[in-house]
Design a protein. Sequence first.
Length: 194
Amino acid sequence: MNIFETPLNHEKIKELRVGDAFYITGTIFTARDAAHEKLLDIDDEEVPFDPSKYAMFHCGPAIHKEEGKWKVVSAGPTTSIRMEIFEDDFIERFGTKVIIGKGGMGERTLKALKKHGAVYCQYTGGAGALMANAIREVEDVYFLEELGIPEAFWMFRVEEAGPFLVTMDSAGNSIHDDVAEDVDKNLERVKSHL
């Protein structure tokens, strides 16, 4: 079982290829649309953590307080393509090397992954309770009052979270592009028989 610990080893991440699967032990952070926009809009000295050390998870967790502590009920991935307009700038500025979500991302992100030695990974949609089981502690939360629970930056300490499947890598490979090509070919074949 391939387990990466945080802070992430950037050279090992760069070696990952499409089809590789791995787990993470350590810290991951959540970021959706508003979180991306928030961090990109503030000065470096206002950024409350180092995004290059941890995996970013496209997730709006279901979470509540229980006896004064945050309790994560579910932490499933959200659709990543919504972050396409931010992701290349985010990777460029903050050096994030592992992005986890669902549904794949576009050409701008793929180019940024290649340029900066990063990967995009899939986590199974509908498996939010499974991810919640891997979360040992909410280490911190940033911009909660401003952004609200789904959009805030949640810092989760996880143990063997995953598996995460690499679907876009730093060599410029993308399962999502390959699948789209196969679908187009199959569609043309079907049309030719009608």
